[in-house]
Write a protein that binds this ligand. Structure first.
Ligand code: GLN
Length: 193
């Protein structure tokens, strides 16, 4: 089975490790360049994208992460991880950088203060209805032609799950629900590549 790393600079790392194992993958933490080099794919957890960007810079992981993504390493980002995989962001802090890879504009903290955190059922990638947990979540403002939309909020019709080639991203936190279908989707994506 594939070995999938979870970027462990910040965020809900343990929950992703557990969900990946439930999806039949071997999961390990990644904090250093050698650890990154040893994995077949990577999960970028939810947390805080500004902190993750600063820590990735401090740990000298920003460029290694960018090059592995450019070389086609499969990656799945949830929430802050989705922000990290976006080519362009709105509402970032001054100078905030991402890793990029998915041709989309992602708006940070998009759902606003009124509905800081909420849960909703949505149809994910034709796999049926899943319970999506949103926590100060971003949404996808726009996507390029090569990006496949895998999920939208209802009501609201906001794009909250996307795929481009080996890259998957969700605005919500599938690692928090005990339902491993999104992680299974990622593991299957990796097997098909
Ligand atoms: N608002 C956070 C950010 O901008 C994301 C929140 C989350 O990952 N739960 O990174």
């Amino acid at each position: 089975s594939p070995v999938i790393g979870v970027l462990a600079l910040q965020g809900d790392v343990r929950e992703h490790l557990r969900a990946l194992e439930r999806a039949g993958a071997s999961a390990v933490t990644v904090r250093r360049e050698e650890e990154l080099a040893a994995v077949d794919g990577l999960v970028i957890p939810g947390g805080e994208s500004t902190t993750m960007w600063k820590l990735a810079t401090a740990f000298e992981l920003l460029e290694p992460l960018r090059s592995r993504i450019k070389e086609g390493m499969p990656a799945f980002g949830s929430c802050a991880g989705m922000i990290m995989l976006a080519d362009r962001i709105e509402g970032g802090v001054e100078g905030q950088q991402t890793l990029g890879g998915i041709d989309m504009v992602v708006r940070r903290n998009a759902f606003g203060r009124q509905i800081d955190s909420f849960e909703a059922d949505l149809d994910f990638a034709g796999r049926g209805t899943i319970r999506a947990v949103f926590i100060r979540a971003p949404w996808v403002e726009s996507v390029g032609a090569d990006v496949e939309v895998l999920g939208r909020t209802e009501p609201g019709d906001r794009i909250v799950a996307v795929r481009q080639g080996p890259l998957l991203a969700t605005s919500f936190h599938p690692e928090l629900t005990g339902d491993a279908r999104v992680h299974s989707h990622f593991v299957e994506m990796m097997r098909e590549l």
